[in-house]
Structures are given as structure tokens and as C-alpha cells.
Design a protein around this ligand. Structure first.
Ligand code: T6T
Length: 322
């Protein structure tokens, strides 16, 4: 199956970079500024890869970068982290808000203390605080996942979706894109989405109980890392590896291992390194009062067992360290 990529997005990105004229004029513009990156959650290779991109760009631009985050995907845990960062008074902040509403006030606090706010990956509903939002085209990614799953099932069978929790801009958009596309496949019955609170063990038990209650279950869409890792475990535990097809967002070492083993059939890889790098670049542009595009959309790559070792695919697999 040919590897679909999104050329359009790359062109857009290049135009934006040219527009912003970032870092191209030889003056690093960083001048020892302090930027803090607040991840959605610590210990997630997606954000670790994003921090690597941010780190590399920070070095290039002479910026001091701190990386922090909460231990679990939870707005009530992320809020005190944001408040602690605000108290330190950084020049700019890259943040992946864990809820579209609940992080509004903490982000407003960052801005009122003079920090430029760059939203990376996820975003708030309220766009008045951020300088820009940099993320994958998640709705389109959800549609790509539905097309991939429908192909794998020759357009027949029962499928289910699994995600983190409602109120996350990225995973909600993926499920929305998946549902819009799967509706176009009349031979496929869709059971709806279930939530696992970003806990792989919960994801595994949701999938094993769905398999037990729906003997005809043929496919699962998992909207992020821990949904995917858990769903793969659940399918293996039910002894259905390879029979129940699984398409998951993201591409961590564990997800790639499951792809090689055959309990995952397709991965939708994002480009977290690019998001992190662009995040620092746009933060410095905002501090330099240079134009910053209102939003930047980064590319996606569909990964299969056949193409996972191809250089133009493997370079996007997530890392556990820089
Ligand atoms: O899928 C990514 C990220 O894009 C999403 O916002 C939350 O989950 C991940 O971090 C993966 O765990």
C-alpha cells in the first residue's frame, strides 16, 4: 500500500517560514531569552521527541529552554505546573494545554506576566491568548485512519474507536475525522468511541470487553499513544492479534514493536520534532515582534509493516531520548 503523505502541508509550512523570516537573517534573535516548554504529560515519547526539536532550535537561536510537565494527563495536575512556570517569569512558553477550557485561566496568567504563549499540539477553544497554534491536521489524520482501516477490512465489518477523554482538541478532532469518514463506508458498522483516561491498562480492558461483547468486531481505531499501546495489548490478550485490525495514532517504540509483531496494522505518525522546533522559532519571532502565522499545521505519515524501515518514514518514528 503506497505511503500517503501531505505535500500541501509542507508547502504551507515553507511559505509560513518565509513569511516570518525566522532565524534566516543570521541574527539568532535568541539573545539568552528564557523559554519553558510545558508538555501535555511527562514520559510520553511524543512530547520527548517534541522537546528534542525545541532543544535543537533553542541551541541554534541561543535560547535557554526548560522542559516540564505533569506526571499524568490531567488539567488539575497541569494547572499548578503552569502557575509555577508563570511565577518564574519566562519570556515565552510553549504549552500543550490538556483541556480546551480548564487551562484558559492559567494561560491567561502566563500572558499577563508578559510571556508570549505558543500552543503546541493541543489548543484552547479561546484563541485570544496564544500567539500561534502549531499542530498536526488531526481531523484529517482521523480520516486517514478510517480510510486505512476500511482498506484493511475491504469495507466490511464492525469497528470501534478508543480515545483519552472528551475536551482535548487533538484527540477530539481525530475521532471527529474518523467518524465523518467511516460513515462513508456503508459496509462498516461503527460502535462509537470509548474513553481510557490516557491509561493503557484501561484501554486494554475496554478492548478485551468490546471483543467479548461483539464477537464480530473486526477493527479498532486508537486516537493516541496510550490508547494504541493498550488496544494492542487488549487484542493480544483476547488472542485476536492480526484478526482484529488496529490503526493507531502516533509511533512510539512500543507501538512500532506491536506493528512489527502484527497486533497493530497501521500507525499515523505525527512530526513532534518539527512542532517543537517551530514552537521555539515562532516564540523568538514573537519576542522579536516579527510576524507570526496564526496557526501552523504539520505533516502526518502513514506507517505500515511494509514501509516502517524506509528512511523517509523511519525518520519520523518517536524517540525515548534526544
Ligand atoms: O497523540 C499525542 C498528542 O498529539 C495528543 O494531543 C495527546 O496524546 C499524545 O501525546 C500521545 O500520547
Amino acid at each position: 500500500m503506497k505511503t500517503p503523505t501531505y505535500v500541501a502541508v509542507t508547502i504551507a509550512l515553507t511559505a509560513a517560514a518565509a513569511l516570518s523570516g525566522c532565524g534566516s537573517d543570521g541574527d539568532s534573535g535568541g539573545g539568552g531569552r528564557k523559554i519553558t516548554f510545558i508538555q501535555g504529560v511527562k514520559g510520553d515519547e511524543f512530547y520527548i521527541s517534541m522537546a528534542c526539536g525545541a532543544q535543537q532550535k533553542a541551541k541554534e537561536l541561543g535560547v535557554k529552554l526548560d522542559v516540564t510537565g505533569a506526571d499524568k494527563w490531567d488539567a488539575s495536575l497541569q494547572t499548578p505546573v503552569v502557575n509555577a512556570v508563570a511565577a518564574k517569569g519566562p519570556d515565552a512558553v510553549l504549552i500543550a494545554p490538556t483541556d480546551t477550557q480548564a487551562l484558559r485561566q492559567p494561560e491567561q496568567q502566563l500572558k499577563s506576566r508578559g510571556a508570549k504563549v505558543i500552543e503546541v499540539d493541543t489548543k484552547l477553544d479561546d484563541g485570544s491568548i496564544r500567539e500561534t497554534s502549531i499542530s498536526s491536521d488531526n481531523e484529517r489524520g482521523g480520516m486517514l485512519a478510517a480510510q486505512t482501516l476500511a482498506n484493511l477490512l475491504q469495507d466490511r465489518g464492525t469497528v470501534a474507536a478508543i480515545s483519552v477523554k472528551p475536551g482535548i482538541s487533538t484527540t477530539d478532532a481525530r475521532v471527529k475525522g474518523f467518524e465523518a469518514e467511516i460513515k462513508k463506508h456503508p459496509g462498516i458498522t461503527y460502535l462509537g468511541v470509548q474513553y481510557n483516561d490516557d491509561d493503557p491498562a484501561k484501554a486494554a480492558s475496554i478492548v478485551t470487553s468490546t471483543i467479548a461483547s461483539h464477537r464480530d468486531l473486526a477493527g479498532v481505531f486508537a486516537a493516541n499513544v496510550f490508547s494504541g499501546e493498550g488496544a494492542a495489548t487488549g487484542i493480544e490478550q483476547a488472542g485476536k492479534a492480526g484478526q482484529v485490525k488496529l490503526v493507531a495514532f502516533d509511533a512510539t517504540p512500543k507501538q512500532v514493536e506491536a506493528l512489527r509483531k502484527g497486533s497493530i496494522q497501521g500507525l499515523i505518525a505525527q512530526k513532534p520534532f518539527d512542532i517543537g522546533s517551530q514552537g521555539v522559532e515562532q516564540a523568538v519571532n514573537a519576542l522579536d515582534k516579527k510576524p507570526v502565522p496564526k496557526s501552523i499545521s504539520t505533516d502526518l505519515v502513514a506507517v505500515t509493516k511494509e514501509n516502517v524501515d524506509q528512511p523517509d518514514v523511519s525518520k519520523y518514528l518517536y524517540k525515548g531520548a534526544c
